[in-house]
Design a protein around this ligand. Sequence first.
Ligand code: SF4
Length: 250
Amino acid sequence: MSKVVRKRASAAKPAAKPVARKAAAKPRIRARSGRLSKQEVHELFSRLRELNPRPTTELEYSTPFELLVAVALSAQATDVGVNKATRRLFPVANTPAAILALGEDGLKQYINTIGLYNAKAANVIATCRILLEKHGGEVPRDREALEALPGVGRKTANVVLNTAFGEPTIAVDTHIFRVSNRTGLAPGKDVRAVEDALLRTVPAEFMQDAHHWLILHGRYVCKARRPECPKCVIRDLCRFPDKTPGDARD
Ligand code: SF4
């Protein structure tokens, strides 16, 4: 069984959100068009790290299997909604054998507040069966084996490899895709292009946590509709031409 530090208590604390900080306090690097330079990329991650030295997922989990299930349930759902469901499910069943024993209908009773729960229940049950039959009931630390599980794509595999096993992977979701393109950090026309660009661009010292820094920045600061540019700590680095106007506020 892989050793995993329990995440529940600290993962969802609002204090971890990387918001509200004046960019003016930081050294300015003159913005140019196009991609960020190596120096700018290093400065960008240094600032995100300073705001939040130990970023992590807001999904609640305590084992690789719990994380796998939580991520599988999170497609087109909020982390808050998934946590509400898994807080009821995991105390009752948090192993492949236990969830398989619940059965598909039994599992649905715990996750029916989450969108697409019928399909997700079927996938989780099928995943549990494969984990027991092929992997001794453990979550495999292997991309190919993870992506062979029902409902598990590259993004979910990357989240599990990075967050549960500490692999230097980056799962590109809508937030990371937006931040990478707006800032000029790792522009790309689709999620795979952005993932490949990030893997080429992110310095090794930041690779392990880059996924969470970027996702939290996109979720709480660089929002889709009205990014909070006046408060953004990387505003002077960012290449986005349509920044929200205004001065930093306390
Ligand atoms: S300056 Fe605005 S657009 Fe650029 S990263 Fe910050 S919030 Fe996003």
